[in-house]
Ligand binder design. Structure first.
Ligand code: ADP
Length: 855
């Protein structure tokens, strides 16, 4: 081989080796790079792991430190808890499952003082034994063994019942033991000495005290409670149910009031206990009385108090008995008074009646004066007797109201008509101001309303020497058709001292001093008035100023008996201007209000002179008062008739009947009573307009029964409506001879042809009726053998159909209730004693023509 070839070969081999080297180098490089990458990844991982380890380490440290902290805290709390247990006033101990003390605070150990054996490790039994042996517990009479056993046994119960023990120091400890889930026992010993003190106080109470829990089991009661229910005492133990205690008591005869109705009683008693609201009284088997108070507690339990009220009960019974006897006596007294006053009335009627007859005979002036005195005294006595009769009736509770429709305004005016003469004698004005917007018809007892006003106005007149008495009636209707009526009676009299205001409404009470002695009276009027007002559901009061006057007020609610519309008069256009001549300012004001309501325009003057001066421009009507300062109303009318013929004039007079004839002759249109009721005034106004110049005005005013020209009741005794050709056949049944005579004389005095047949009692009256049917019978009510009511019934039974004889009762009973009884018995009317000629005449006039003939 050539060198060159060998060289070439060598070069080729070197080149190949170089290429191989290059390749290997590249491979090595790649492997190196891969290795580097792996190494980087590895170091990254190592980094991460290191970081994690650091983190875990630091967390571990944190947890460790927190654990340490928690430990510290637990120790702290434990320490505090222990400290708290140590400072606690109540004893605290824990026993383990074996009943050995695990821990006990100083309060628990305190009663054991230095006794080393009582402490952790000591058994419950040992603790109990030490309590007894060392005399720490006061067994209050219980035997050691029984106490120990009882205390031991309670631990076997679940839950363990609480127990209160008393220490030798007098302190009370309530032991409350609780079993824990692991079988150990926690014991809490609470010092309840304060509570027990309270309880001791309750023990000291003289009254029985008891508490029942919400299930009606006895929680506690004091000794007096047990003592009161001595027969039930054995059943009265804590935990016993109320019902069981009651049942046991019933079996022992504990409750007198339950005898014979035990089950019903038990039910009532339990119901009362449950409601625990009312107070009640209970009588025990031994006769004692208890007052029972029971109240519900907020936890549903009941607390009760039992007070022995036996003594009070006896006193109360005695009082009730005394009251009953007193009432009986009072009733008897009232009945006696009622009878007596009735008995007194009969002879008094004779006295008054005879005096009236005597007055009509020929007498010298002096004799006439004596007779008048007899009559007036008799009448005065009768008023007193009536008061007593009334009062006795109210007292004996025999007085009942008889409501019926009536006209209040008219009633008031009727009262005034009766009292007018006395008022005139004293120169007093009587005024009525009746609310124009108040109805006048009501439902009430008119007799009693009249009596109330008679008393009040009568007093006002009696205690007033100058001035006026004003009756004001106002009121308001409600939606139910009733009106609250408010009446006042005001006077300008002597008044009542403030300290006597209440006093005068009492029985027999008067404003007593010398000044008062000059006034007559029983002191019963206001007492009766007050009772009557109260009976009507109303009230009465008085305001007064001594020396200036009094004002009695009265309020009652009365049902209205007419549609609520304002009374008015239908007046023609021609009647516009009215001139009122009256010197009394109040009267003018009242008249103005009345007339303005019907649309008249009113002007006034005080004297007749003034009125005459105004005649250049005459009004459409003149209303003048009769008692004018310068001349009488009648004289004024006469002068006006000459000056202004045709000008209507109306007169107002307290005594209209004395004027009528003369006034009629003088051309006066109407004479109205003063004060004039609204209806009468309006009727007179309408009548004037209807026939201004007629000699007799239209009779509308008469409808009111008030004096006008046409009234047949103008005072004169009129002949019977239908005078029979034969004498009037009248039977008088009356047992009292004096009364018979009074009646006969009076009847004869009427100047009528009249035949009087006398009957001494009811039987004789029936006999007389059988003998011959009379035109009229006057019948006394109380008569021996057969009374007037019965006789009337017998006569009614005898009457053939259609034949009705008027029978008129003659009675001393002035009461409205009696009246109804009389009418119910079949009588037609009644006449009250003492007889009065006018009244007798009126009745004969009314009834004589009415005897119906049998068909
Ligand atoms: P009587 O009038 O019979 O004495 P009342 O019971 O009616 O009895 O009145 C009792 C007393 O009240 C009267 O006695 C009188 O003192 C006093 N009294 C009654 N009304 C008035 C009055 N209007 N003004 C002054 N005093 C009066």
């Amino acid at each position: 081989m050539s060198l060159s070839a060998r060289l070439a070969e060598e070069r080729r081999a070197r080149l190949a080796a170089e290429r191989l080297l290059e390749l290997k180098q590249a491979e090595l490089f790649a492997a190196n790079r891969k290795l580097g990458k792996h190494a980087r990844a590895l170091s990254d991982e190592i980094h991460e792991t290191r970081a994690e380890i650091t983190e875990v380490r630091s967390e571990n440290r944190l947890v460790k430190s927190q654990l340490g902290l928690a430990h510290e805290k637990i120790e702290l709390v434990e320490g505090q808890l222990w400290k708290a247990l140590q400072t606690m006033r109540d004893g605290f101990a824990m026993y383990n499952t074996e009943g050995l003390l695990e821990l006990a605070n100083p309060a628990f150990l305190a009663p054991f003082e230095d006794l080393d054996s009582v402490g952790p490790g000591a058994s419950y039994r040992h603790v109990l034994e030490m309590l007894v042996e060392e005399g720490i517990v006061d067994l209050q009479g219980e035997r050691r063994r029984s106490w120990l056993n009882r205390m031991q046994e309670r631990w076997l119960l679940d839950p363990i019942p609480p127990e209160t023990i008393r220490l030798w120091t007098g302190q009370f400890i309530k032991i409350q033991d609780r079993r824990m889930p692991d079988g150990g026992v926690v014991s809490l010993c609470v010092n309840i000495t304060e509570l027990m003190r309270m309880w001791q106080a309750i023990e000291e109470l003289p009254d029985g005290f008891v508490i029942y829990d919400s299930e009606d089991r006895l929680l506690m009661c004091n000794e007096p409670y047990r003592r009161l229910y001595s027969k039930s005492a054995r059943a009265i133990t804590p935990g016993a149910s109320f019902e069981d205690i009651l049942r046991y008591g019933l079996s022992q005869g504990q409750y007198a009031e339950a005898e014979g109705r035990e089950e019903a009683w038990l039910e009532e008693r339990l119901a009362a206990h449950r409601s625990a609201e009312q107070e009640m009284e209970q009588q025990l088997g031994d006769g004692r009385w208890l007052r029972i108070y029971e109240r519900a507690l907020s936890d549903g339990g009941r607390v009760g108090l039992r007070i022995d009220v036996t003594e009070a009960k006896h006193i109360q019974q005695e009082l009730v008995e005394a009251k009953r006897r007193a009432e009986e006596a009072s009733h008897a007294k009232s009945a006696f008074l009622a009878n007596m006053s009735h008995e007194i009335r009969t002879p008094m009627n004779g006295v008054v009646g005879m005096a009236e007859l005597l007055r009509d005979s020929a007498l010298s002036d002096e004799q006439a004066l004596y007779v008048d005195t007899i009559r007036n005294s008799g009448e005065a006595l009768l008023v007193i007797i009536n008061d007593i009769l009334d009062y006795s009736k109210i007292e004996a509770e025999r007085l009942q109201l008889k409501p019926e429709p009536f006209d209040l305004e008219r009633t008031v005016h009727e009262v005034l008509l009766l009292l007018q003469p006395t008022a005139r004698e004293k120169g007093l004005e009587l005024l009525v101001d009746y609310d124009m917007f108040l109805p006048t018809r009501f439902i009430g007892d008119p007799g009693r309303v009249r009596q109330i006003f008679t008393n009040l106005v009568g007093n006002a007149i009696k205690f007033t020497n100058a001035g006026h008495v004003l009756i004001r009636i106002t009121g308001r209707c409600d939606a139910e058709g009733a009106a609250a009526v408010h009446a006042t009676v005001e006077d300008t009299g002597i008044g009542i001292p403030p300290d006597k205001i209440e006093h005068i409404f009492g029985e027999f009470n008067q404003v007593e001093d010398d000044r008062n002695r000059q006034f007559e009276g029983t002191g019963l009027g206001l007492a009766i008035t007050k009772r009557l007002t109260e009976l009507m559901g109303g009230e009465i009061w008085v305001e007064s100023e001594p020396g200036r006057g009094s004002c009695f007020g009265l309020r009652v609610v009365l049902p209205v008996d007419e549609p609520a519309q304002i009374e008015t008069a239908a007046l023609p256009e021609s009647l516009r201007e009215v001139l009122v001549v009256d010197d009394h300012v109040l009267n003018r004001a009242i008249l103005t209000r009345q007339m303005e309501t019907v649309g008249l325009s009113v002007s006034f003057c005080k004297t007749a002179e003034e009125a005459l001066d105004r005649m250049d421009e005459p009004p459409d009507l003149i209303i003048a008062e009769q008692d004018l300062p310068d001349m009488s109303g009648l004289e004024l009318a006469q002068q006006l008739a000459r000056l202004q013929p045709g000008l209507p004039v109306m007169l107002l007079s307290p005594e209209p009947q004395t004027l009528t004839e003369e006034a009629q002759r003088s051309g006066v249109s109407a004479v109205l009573p003063k004060p004039a009721p609204r209806r009468a005034l309006f009727a007179a106004l309408e009548a004037i307009c209807a026939e201004p110049l007629a000699p007799e005005p239209a009779p509308t005013a008469m409808a009111e029964g008030l004096p006008t020209f046409r009234s047949r009741r103008s005072g004169a005794v009129a002949a019977p409506a239908a005078t029979p050709a034969r004498p009037l056949d009248v039977i008088l049944a009356e047992d009292n001879r004096t009364n018979q005579m009074v009646f006969r004389k009076m009847a004869e005095g009427l100047g009528l042809p009249l035949e009087l047949r006398l009957a001494g009692n009811g039987i004789e009256a029936v006999e007389a009726y059988r003998e011959r049917r009379p035109d009229l019978i006057f019948m006394d009510i109380s008569m021996p053998r057969m009374d007037g009511k019965q006789a009337t019934q017998e006569i009614r039974a005898l009457e053939p159909p259609g034949a009705h004889v008027p029978i008129i009762a003659v009675t001393a009973h002035a009461m409205t209730g009696d009246r109804d009884g009389i009418l119910e018995a079949g009588l037609d009317d009644y006449l009250t004693k003492p007889l009065r000629k006018q009244e007798l005449a009126r009745l004969i006039e009314t009834w004589a023509g009415r005897a119906a003939q049998p068909p």
